[in-house]
Design a protein around this ligand. Structure first.
Ligand code: SAM
Length: 225
């Protein structure tokens, strides 16, 4: 049932409508500039193995490959067959695979860096998803969220409607996210960095470190294109 909402992407025309919005919107372009700038911090040379969970139609792939990630070192997975089909048509050389972020078919530490951009805000349950994202990353797992104020009780939930299909839209408070990470990753030794991508988006980067398990909050930094 966790994945049922996402089959809506495959309703006739919805994936295509979303893809044309992403292609044409100046705000989307500016946002993706910020995501690419964020990635330069964690992908200093194109020699790391990168997994993108919820790769959609390849809008992040085209920002990363080949400047920040070599084509053969990039893997994208997504639940939506329509999104994957659009991505494969646009980028025939890319490795876009069908897969579910709640149960990734990769070994522990199979990648250096794992990414999930604009995905966790659509999920009904984030802890198990984040556990998987961190499990497959040797170095760093990075995900973006739409922030909520801490006093709102953790999660502000609404719905987005596109061509009659409704999607879950959730904003998370910082305290809620810390709680989920601590609860679902009790054995991992992690440093957390938080990048601010404007008022409406934050990037959480969980970096593995040596030493005893626990989550250390290291820094908050602005992301500029
Ligand atoms: C808003 S789109 C973002 C796409 C891409 N990350 C980008 O920024 O262009 C969210 C994507 O996450 C995918 N998705 C949602 N839940 C997922 C899951 N459990 N596993 C894998 N993909 C998922 C959806 O199919 C959709 O393509």
């Amino acid at each position: 049932m966790r994945t049922a909402d996402w089959q809506l992407w495959d309703v006739q025309g919805v994936a295509e409508a979303i893809e044309s919005y992403w292609a044409e919107s100046p705000a989307e372009k500016a946002h993706r500039d910020l995501l690419a700038a964020l990635c330069t911090r964690y992908l200093p040379a194109p020699d790391l193995d990168v997994l993108e969970v919820g790769c959609g139609t390849g809008r992040i792939y085209e920002r990363l490959v080949p400047r920040l990630v070599a084509n053969e070192r990039y893997t994208g997975v997504d639940l939506s067959e329509r999104m994957l089909a659009i991505g494969r048509e646009r980028f025939p050389r890319a490795r876009f695979l069908a897969g579910d972020g709640y149960g990734l078919e990769f070994a522990d530490g199979a990648f250096d860096v794992s990414l999930a951009f604009e995905v966790v805000g659509h999920l009904p349950e984030i802890g198990p998803f984040l556990r998987e994202l961190v499990r497959v990353a040797r170095r760093t797992a990075i995900f973006t969220v739409w922030p909520a104020a801490d006093e709102d009780g953790g999660v502000v939930e609404s719905q987005e409607e596109i061509l009659g299909a409704r999607f879950l839209h959730r904003q998370y408070s910082h305290d809620y996210l810390l709680g989920q990470i601590r609860e679902h990753l009790p054995d991992a030794a992690l440093d957390l960095e938080v990048g601010i991508l404007g008022a409406g988006c934050r990037a959480y980067a969980l970096r593995r470190r040596e030493g005893s398990p626990g989550l250390a909050f290291t820094r908050l930094f602005p992301v500029q294109a």
